[in-house]
Write a protein that binds this ligand. Structure first.
Ligand code: GH3
Ligand code: MG
Ligand code: MG
Ligand code: MG
Ligand code: MG
Length: 301
């Protein structure tokens, strides 16, 4: 997150004097990166994640600033990076055009040092707020793992990738057993604490970069795993059950054990079985229901 580091600004200009002037104004408050051509600017932004603002010249010999801006606004990875044009092109038409293709501000040369510094500071503040909101909208407030909205987004993308690549994925629906009696007897505060411990344990057990764990609802979690076969799924499900068992959370009010347990319903998808996203979730849920009705503390595929 941006709050832990100095904001980073990319200065794009083909003329060294312009770069030096801006660097001098900004170097105390920001980390600076320099690109001396449109092409170089695109390379940097396609390959790095930490640029918070781009100061973009328009007249450059290879790709001009307008073209760079348009390309950045078209790519998913770069479309939200704020761009400010800093240019000698001072006509109303140029400025209108620059703002219309997605720049957040347009500053003409010669500029006042204090004004450009302040305008940049304001845009950086806005960027910080946007990143914070983005982060808040992805995470579940209680457990700090990803939330259902984030899961829905990634599931949609992953599902489309898997269809295109003719690979596969699995969805696991995980539900804590006898959690109502747990809450009723140990109290809601203890229930919250236990939910957090279960969430952290799931997250630790599913550590591959392609695995996603999210809180799906109350005491229910969902796991998305890409590129997996049935043997792999069996292993993962057993590891999850084992990890929850090893937490050894006392549950005297469970009808099956003296410790907390979970049930897991799994739906495996590959391009042959041709299920829709809704059907995949529904099947995982039905399978979970079957686990619940055949003794709980187990998984089924
Ligand atoms: P089963 O074994 O069939 O899953 O039964 P259950 O008691 O776990 O399921 P039920 O759906 O009857 O109850 C779920 C409980 O989960 C009820 C609710 O109080 C609790 N719960 C849901 N969200 C939260 C939460 O955020 N915090 C706490 N402490 N409890 C929650
Ligand atoms: Mg130039
Ligand atoms: Mg229920
Ligand atoms: Mg439950
Ligand atoms: Mg439930």
């Amino acid at each position: 997150m941006l709050s832990n580091r100095k904001p980073t600004i990319l200065i794009v200009d083909d003329m060294t004097t312009n770069i030096l002037l801006l660097s001098d104004i900004l170097k105390d408050d920001y980390s600076l990166k320099i690109a001396k051509s449109g092409q170089k600017c695109l390379e940097i932004l396609y390959n790095q994640d930490n640029i918070d603002l781009v100061l973009l010249d328009i007249e450059m010999p290879d790709i001009n600033g307008y073209e760079v801006c348009k390309q950045l606004k078209q790519a998913d990875k770069t479309k939200d990076i704020p761009i400010i044009f800093v240019t000698a092109k001072s006509s109303e038409e140029d400025e209108e055009y620059g703002l219309n293709i997605g720049a957040i501000d347009y500053i003409t040369k010669p500029y006042s040092k204090v004004i450009i510094k302040t305008r940049i500071k304001n845009q950086i503040k806005l960027r910080e707020k946007t990143l914070m909101l983005e982060k808040l909208s992805m995470y579940d407030g209680l457990t700090n793992i990803k939330n259902r909205r984030f899961f829905d987004e990634i599931f949609e993308k992953t599902y489309n990738d898997v269809k295109r690549e003719k690979s596969n994925l699995a969805i696991m629906m995980i539900d804590i057993d006898f959690f109502k009696p747990y809450n009723d007897n140990y109290g809601h505060g203890k229930g919250d604490e236990t939910l957090k411990r279960v969430a952290i344990t799931l997250q630790k057990t599913l550590h591959r970069p392609n695995d996603l764990v999210a809180r799906y609802g109350g005491e229910e979690f969902v796991v998305l795993i890409k590129d997996i076969d049935e043997d792999g799924l069996n292993n993962i499900a057993n590891n999850i059950l084992k990890a929850i068992r090893e937490l050894n959370i006392e549950h005297k009010f469970s009808s099956i054990e003296s410790f907390l347990t979970i049930s897991i319903g799994i739906c495996f998808f590959n391009s042959n079985n041709n299920l829709t996203k809704t059907e995949i979730l529904l099947r995982a849920d039905e399978t979970l229901y079957n686990v619940k009705h055949s003794g709980k503390n187990n998984f089924l595929i």
